[in-house]
Structure formats: structure tokens, C-alpha cells
Design a protein around this ligand. Structure first.
Ligand SMILES: Cc1cc2nc3c(=O)[nH]c(=O)nc-3n(C[C@H](O)[C@H](O)[C@H](O)COP(=O)(O)OP(=O)(O)OC[C@H]3O[C@@H](n4cnc5c(N)ncnc54)[C@H](O)[C@@H]3O)c2cc1C
Length: 406
């Protein structure tokens, strides 16, 4: 258990790192905490970047989590603009890019993920949206764009759809270029993705599926998107939303197990005093189907991780209840929400509403056991059904009980 004489060093001053500071203090830890991160901004929330901030409704400062008052109250040593480049797991010592080291009794890896870039010729001039510097660059680029300017959004997943939605609301003309047969088919499966496909058209946003982009080039004042099998598309701006990659390369050679993330146990530990949380953590997740190693890039998962790790280090108790991952996405004027971490090939049954009504709720199941719940614009019904994932529930039982109707 953590003692007042301990020193917790958190690498990565993003959402999960900051949430851990708050959770440790809330749970009564009054020893030293150092939170260090490579960005120069105090910890902030990322979801608003592709929503209220991009829509122009929020000043980006409003997304700041670690406000001066909260920082002072949390009594944390915040070191910004410093990049960790190595970890000595015997000495619990973090090596920094400037050649210095910082030693702790406990180390937490919270280095999140970065936007995946694609190998296009014009890559340097193509935008992504993962952090505040990206937002700043996007704001700057959009300023020089006329209303009605065409923005090619490569990738129709969560970020791409959200970016397209906000750009449209600001008078630009986004064209979403999706490589798959439908957006989100690889995440939510063929049925659910088919019920969502019409959302872009309803929002009067052009969505082109099954696109094979050969390259994106830049000429004097425009981007030219070249396809294997279609005419070129010209755009004033190009944004790529092609997923994220976990930031764990700095740990190579440390002796920790790295495999699509930092591999940790069900208490988020890689070693007794070394943990990983949030987007970078590939954690052992006890769930309704047993236990599996997963890495989940959801805000709420980083939040649950921070709370669970603080609790474990303060009490020695692991989480009693099964964690139910949750995410939401605001796209094309609608809200998609999901509980659980279903696989795209799980069985799906829609139990209320329909795409025509613009709201519905569906259950995923595997071997007759409910593995996930997804909804379009039925938030209350979703939360009424959450218990189906807190312990194993049969699909048959769920259908007869129908908690979403209450
Ligand atoms: C635009 C956007 C919209 C999103 N919208 C949603 C949403 O609607 N719903 C949802 O569920 N989730 C959403 N997410 C995902 C959610 O924000 C993440 O799951 C969450 O931020 C994860 O927290 P984290 O602490 O693991 O990583 P992060 O918040 O990414 O923080 C990691 C920090 O570590 C720093 N770092 C990396 N490497 C190093 C290093 N070597 N040394 C020092 N520091 C380092 C990074 O710079 C970063 O500041 C969104 C994400 C983005 C980018």
C-alpha cells in the first residue's frame, strides 16, 4: 500500500494521468506525485477537440482539466514539455530526453496513443486531430479557407465522422472517404454499421465508401487525392482520421512486456510498483465471457483505470465488479453509445427502434451471452440495460426481461 513517504511518478500528463492524480488525492494519498508529459499544455480533455472546440462553440482552454486552482489543490509536481525516453524497472527510474532522470517508488505509464499517419506524399501538410497542437494547426488552416471550401476527410470512423460533422456546421464541404464497405464495419460489425450508414446523408455530408486512395499530393494551392480506380479529387484541406497507435516505443528494452501496448494484469500492474493505464495499457480484462487481454481507447476506460489503480494501491483491493467499457461518439447530429467490448462478428439483434425512427438499441451476444449493447439516441435505455454486462446474462433472459423498456 502507498505510504506518505512514497513518490508516484506518472508519465503522460493527459486525461488518464490527471485522473490518477485526482483519484490518489481523493483516496487519501498525501505523498509526493510527479506528473510529467511531453506536451506543453496542462492536462486537458480530448473529446471536446473534435466536438465543441472544432464546432467553434468552446474556446480550447475550456477543455483544460488541470486548472490552476485544481493543480494547487492537488499538490502535484507538474513537469511539462519533457519527454520520457526510457525506464529502468529495477531502479524505478524514468529517463528523460534532456538527459536527466526522475526516480519514484511507483511508476505509472499513461502515455496514451497518437494519431496514425498514412504514407502519402503530402503527409507533412495533412492534418490529424489528437492533441492541442493539432487543434491549433487545424484552426489556423481553417481560417484561410473560404466558406464552401472542400475538406477531404480520410477515414469515416469516430474521429473522421465527428470532424466532418463540425466542418459542415461551419460552412465547409467535407467529403468523407472511407476505405471499408461502410464506416465502423470493422468495429461495430456489418449490421450495426449498416444502420448507421444513412446518418451522413441525413446530415447532407457526402460519404464515399470503398475508396482506394493511392496517394495525396499537393500542387500550388490544393491537395489532389489520387485513387486506384476513380477520378482525382481536389480539396483545399485534407484531414486523416485513421485510428491511433499506442505510445510505448520509449519502453523498448526496459524488460516490460510490450505487445500492442504495455501488457498489464487485472490490477493494471506490469510489475509490483509499475502500472499502465488508459489508451496505452493492454490489460487483462475479466468480463462476461472470461478473461482477455484488451486495449481500449475510450475516455471512460482511462477514467475507470485511474480510479481502480488508486484504489488498489491505497487498499490492496482489486475491483470487485466487472468493468463495463463505455464510449460515446457525437456524429452527424446523433449520439452513438456503447457498453461492453463486443467483437464485430458477434451476433446482433435490434430490440427497439429502427434506423427510420433515428433511434434504436441493439444487443451483441456470443454463444448466447450478452457481450455488448449499442444504441443510437436512446441513452436512458442503454443505462437501464447496463447490468446485463456486470455479470453474465443470457440473450434469452435479456430478451424476456427487456430492461430497456422500463
Ligand atoms: C479528438 C478526440 C476525440 C475523442 N472523443 C472521444 C469520445 O467521444 N468518446 C470516448 O470514449 N473517447 C474519446 N476519445 C478518446 C479519449 O480522449 C482517450 O481515450 C483518452 O484521452 C485516453 O487517455 P490517456 O491518458 O490514456 O491518453 P492521452 O489523453 O492521450 O494522454 C497521454 C499523454 O501522454 C503524453 N506522452 C506520450 N508519450 C510520452 C512520453 N514518451 N513522455 C511524456 N509524455 C508522453 C502525450 O503527449 C499525452 O499528453 C477522443 C480522443 C480524441 C483525440
Amino acid at each position: 500500500m502507498l505510504q506518505p513517504s512514497d513518490h508516484v511518478v506518472i508519465v503522460g500528463a493527459g486525461f488518464g494521468g490527471w485522473r490518477l492524480v485526482e483519484a490518489l488525492r481523493r483516496d487519501g494519498y498525501d505523498g509526493a506525485i510527479t506528473l510529467l508529459g511531453e506536451e506543453t499544455y496542462a492536462p486537458y480533455d480530448r473529446p471536446p477537440l473534435s466536438k465543441h472546440v472544432l464546432a467553434g462553440k468552446w474556446d480550447v482552454e475550456r477543455a483544460t482539466l488541470a486548472t490552476p486552482e485544481r493543480l494547487a489543490a492537488s499538490n502535484v509536481t507538474l513537469r511539462l514539455g519533457v519527454r520520457a525516453i526510457g525506464l529502468d524497472i529495477e531502479a524505478n527510474s524514468v529517463e528523460l530526453e534532456d538527459g536527466s532522470r526522475i526516480d519514484g517508488t511507483h511508476i505509472v505509464i499513461a502515455t496514451g496513443a497518437r494519431a496514425r499517419r498514412l504514407p502519402f506524399s503530402a503527409d507533412d501538410e495533412i492534418l490529424t486531430l489528437r492533441n492541442r497542437d493539432d487543434e491549433l494547426r487545424m484552426r489556423h488552416e481553417l481560417k484561410r479557407l473560404d466558406e464552401g471550401g472542400v475538406v477531404a476527410v480520410i477515414g469515416g470512423g469516430f474521429i473522421g465522422a465527428e470532424v466532418a460533422t463540425q466542418l459542415k456546421s461551419r460552412g465547409f464541404v467535407p467529403i468523407v472517404l472511407e476505405a471499408a464497405l461502410r464506416p465502423l464495419i470493422g468495429v461495430l460489425g456489418p449490421d450495426v454499421s449498416s444502420w448507421l450508414e444513412h446518418l451522413a446523408a441525413d446530415a447532407q455530408i457526402e460519404l464515399r465508401n470503398d475508396q482506394r486512395i493511392r496517394d495525396v499530393e499537393r500542387d500550388a494551392d490544393e491537395f489532389v487525392i489520387r485513387f486506384d480506380d476513380a477520378d482525382d479529387l481536389r480539396a483545399a484541406l485534407v484531414v486523416v482520421g485513421a485510428g491511433a497507435l499506442p505510445n510505448f516505443e520509449w519502453l523498448e528494452g526496459s524488460g516490460l512486456t510490450l505487445d500492442n501496448g504495455v501488457v498489464v494484469d487485472e490490477n493494471l500492474l506490469a510489475r509490483e510498483h509499475i502500472a499502465a493505464i488508459g489508451d496505452v495499457a493492454r490489460f487483462s480484462w475479466p468480463n462476461v465471457m472470461g478473461e482477455e487481454l484488451v486495449r481500449i481507447e475510450h475516455w471512460e476506460v482511462a477514467n475507470v483505470h485511474a480510479n481502480a489503480l488508486a484504489h488498489y494501491w491505497m487498499t490492496g483491493e482489486g475491483a470487485a465488479a466487472l468493468m463495463v467499457p463505455y464510449f460515446w461518439s457525437d456524429q452527424y447530429g446523433k449520439k452513438i453509445q456503447m457498453l461492453g467490448h463486443a467483437r464485430p462478428d458477434d451476433d446482433v439483434v435490434r430490440v427497439s427502434g429502427s434506423p427510420e425512427e433515428g433511434k434504436w438499441l441493439a444487443l451483441y451476444s456470443r454463444g448466447g451471452v450478452v457481450t455488448g449493447i449499442v444504441t443510437l439516441s436512446q441513452p436512458r435505455a442503454l443505462m437501464l440495460s447496463k447490468h446485463l454486462l456486470e455479470s453474465p446474462s443470457t440473450l434469452e433472459g435479456a430478451l424476456s426481461d427487456a430492461p430497456w423498456t422500463r
